[in-house]
Design a protein. Structure first.
Ligand SMILES: NC(=O)c1ccc[n+]([C@@H]2O[C@H](COP(=O)([O-])OP(=O)(O)OC[C@H]3O[C@@H](n4cnc5c(N)ncnc54)[C@H](OP(=O)(O)O)[C@@H]3O)[C@@H](O)[C@H]2O)c1
Length: 249
């Protein structure tokens, strides 16, 4: 068992997360995949989930080349039974989870009044309810150990409003609110809850049309912010990061 304090004291060393276990939801592609790679390169054992087996397996093989233990499991983070099974099997295989990155998410854009109830449920369940489900499954062991990092990937859409953003913004504003409240619930118990709000990131995610990927953030930029959070000195925490591309896409 490795406490976060120990991990952070070692932050200047080559593998500051060595001995730690990071669960990254949606680690099969895009931002989650980059985060899994980054945390592996810092020495953490990695568990990733997603729904598509082939993409997940390929991502896991790629992370494993870094030389850390890797667990991968198809799991739908909107389903509490899948989440429980994911956390149990991760901890059986790799040990207790020291870092949780709630990254899995979907985009759906267009005027809210034109969307269906099923659209609402799909986006809110994937982007918001999942953060509740997975955090709830992981928090008890972090509380028992008096340490841990929960990093939630929201969006600048969780701070702003724009036409066609209704359902997505609702989910990401919810993630910011949930993160802030969980941070207050858990800080006295040594568990840090942080939220990252990235601007536009060059991944397959957006259905809003082509982006100027030369100016957008890269998945590695978000991974770098996660690194900053989990290697922050143990007496402090980066509660909310707004991550913007330097030049507007
Ligand atoms: N790209 C951007 O511009 C941007 C900007 C700000 C914030 N974000 C946020 O960053 C996060 C990652 O986005 P991304 O751009 O990397 O998207 P992406 O390339 O589409 O990847 C999404 C990941 O989430 C997984 N996922 C989706 N639904 C899931 C479910 N129900 N259960 C388990 N896994 C699920 C996907 O795997 P499967 O499909 O196989 O399940 C995939 O691994 C999201 O929360 C997104 O809202 C993105």
């Amino acid at each position: 068992m490795v406490r976060i304090g120990k991990l952070n004291r070692d932050a200047g060393k080559k593998n500051p997360l060595s001995g730690g276990v990071a669960l990254v939801t949606g680690g099969s592609r895009g931002i989650g995949r980059a985060i899994a790679h980054r945390l592996a390169s810092l020495g953490a054992s990695i568990s990733i989930c997603g729904r598509d087996f082939a993409t997940l397996e390929e991502s896991a093989q790629s992370v494993a080349k870094i030389g850390v233990p890797v667990h991968f499991q198809t799991a739908d983070v909107t389903k509490s039974a899948d989440v429980t099974d994911l956390v149990v099997k991760t901890e059986m295989k790799l040990g207790q989870i020291t870092i949780l990155v709630n990254n899995a998410g979907i985009g759906l854009f267009g005027p809210a009044h034109e969307k269906t109830e099923a659209d609402w449920d799909r986006v809110l369940d994937t982007n918001l309810k999942s953060v509740f489900l997975v955090s709830r499954a992981v928090a008890p062991s972090m509380i028992r150990r008096g340490s841990g990092d929960i990093v939630n990937i929201s969006s600048l859409a969780g701070k702003n409003t724009f036409a066609g953003g209704g359902i997505y913004c609702a989910s990401k504003w919810g993630v910011v609110g949930l993160s802030g409240c969980m941070a207050e619930d858990l800080r006295e118990q040594g568990v840090r809850v942080s939220v990252i709000c990235p601007g536009s990131v060059a991944t397959e995610f957006s259905t809003r049309g082509a982006k100027d990927t030369s100016k957008a953030l890269s998945p590695e930029d978000v991974a770098h912010a996660v690194e900053a959070i989990v290697t922050q000195n143990p007496r402090s925490f980066l509660s909310e990061i707004h991550l913007r591309p330097l030049r507007k896409p």
